[in-house]
Design a protein around this ligand. Structure first.
Ligand SMILES: NC(=O)c1ccc[n+]([C@@H]2O[C@H](COP(=O)([O-])OP(=O)(O)OC[C@H]3O[C@@H](n4cnc5c(N)ncnc54)[C@H](OP(=O)(O)O)[C@@H]3O)[C@@H](O)[C@H]2O)c1
Length: 347
């Protein structure tokens, strides 16, 4: 079955989704939405994507010489599924104005609200935890990169150890993405109430989890540290690493010195968009102290959620078994191959 897809928003996430998903012959991309008349419109047209804009902006785009296919509501009307990749917080209005009235299914991104009066969906997807529960749902949030990364590390631990008492997570987040034009502020910023804690507890409700989050002046990647406290002595290093050896989307690196090493390597190796699409456990930073294990891993913010959206779509629309969805995802994103290359480069 061919799915007619519209991508509402063509920023860092939307353009990556468009570029990757159009390689799947089961997806017919109706087009992408643009809201600002800027050079990204040219890029979308050069990539052969139909561009849809609002009624008010149509004249301006045409005056500036852009070939516009139509207005956003027309594209939504033609679609089976919308991936909302709007700037944070706009998804709620899009749902109320377009998706709900037109009875269209939508996937929202991690910047949207799960709780409260602006909630867009009643579940957050994490492919490692709740992939199977997405089948047939109308509205789902794809967890943010940080939240996706936490699920990818915590769930294998939960499945292997029944004596975990508590998780303390420190998220050290990049301030902007590489392609963002905005200036990176020279400051370490803290988050008084990180949403990541509630978001992860949405799909791992039993976790005794405490999250702190800081933003640092970097554009490269996030670095997270999870301190896992066990009831009794912590497991040894080898048994911990063994758990992650065959985890999809987890690389184990030994000699990277910082997040920029990995990002630059991905760019030098011509990985599409310079994305690795995964988390990278830094083996050399794995600490075991009495009852506590400290796992440090970097998280490819822009790349992580693209295969996650692809996995979610396969559950939501096609109800494919997870093993098959993982195979399809690996085919599209070559994640196992990228993992091997990175592990060799940073052995
Ligand atoms: N960047 C990351 O690393 C990352 C990782 C995980 C999750 N996310 C989440 O993904 C979402 C998108 O992030 P992003 O980094 O791609 O942001 P972005 O680069 O700022 O792009 C946002 C896009 O939204 C478009 N837009 C503006 N108003 C809109 C509306 N009403 N409806 C739909 N689209 C609208 C903008 O269009 P114009 O450019 O035409 O103005 C822009 O292309 C956010 O929820 C974010 O939290 C981002």
């Amino acid at each position: 079955m061919v799915v007619k897809l519209f991508i509402n928003g063509y920023g860092n996430i939307g353009r990556r989704i468009a570029l990757a998903f159009t390689k799947d012959k089961d997806i017919h991309l109706i087009g992408v939405a643009k809201y600002t008349c800027d050079s990204k419109t040219r890029e979308a047209i050069e990539n052969k994507f139909n561009v849809y804009v609002s009624h008010e902006m149509t004249k301006l785009f045409k005056e500036r010489g852009y070939t516009i296919t139509g207005e956003i509501p027309e594209a939504i009307e033609q679609s089976d599924l919308i991936i909302d990749a709007s700037k944070e917080g706009e998804g709620f209005n899009n749902k109320k104005n377009y998706y709900e009235p037109k009875k269209k299914s939508a996937i929202f991104q991690g910047g949207e609200e799960r709780y409260g009066k602006h909630s867009v969906a009643d579940i957050i997807h994490n492919s490692r935890v709740n992939y199977e529960s997405m089948g047939g749902r109308k509205y789902v949030i794809q967890g943010s990169c940080n939240v996706s990364g936490m699920g990818r590390i915590m769930q294998p631990l939960i499945e292997n150890f029944s004596n975990i008492k508590r998780y303390d997570v420190t998220l050290i987040r990049r301030s902007a993405d590489l392609e963002d034009m905005r200036e990176v502020k020279d400051s370490i910023e803290w988050d008084k109430n990180p949403h990541h804690q509630d978001d992860v507890k949405d799909f791992i409700p039993s976790a005794n989890l405490y999250v702190e989050s800081y933003k640092v002046p970097s554009r490269m990647m996030h670095l997270h540290q999870i301190a896992v406290r066990f009831d009794g002595k912590a497991p040894n290093k080898d048994s911990l690493l063994e758990i992650f050896q065959n985890e999809f989307g987890v690389a184990i690196l030994n000699s990277a010195k910082g997040t920029a090493d990995i990002r630059r390597k991905a760019i030098d190796l011509d990985f599409p968009n310079g994305d690795t699409n995964m988390v990278h456990i830094h083996q050399d930073m794995l600490r075991i102290q009495d009852d506590t294990v400290k796992i440090s891993y970097s998280d490819d913010q822009t790349g992580m959620v693209i295969p996650e959206n692809y996995l979610l779509m396969q559950s939501m629309i096609y109800r494919r078994p997870r093993s098959q969805a993982i195979r399809n995802t690996d085919k599209l994103f070559q994640m196992n191959k990228k993992r091997k290359i990175l592990e060799e480069e940073f052995k």
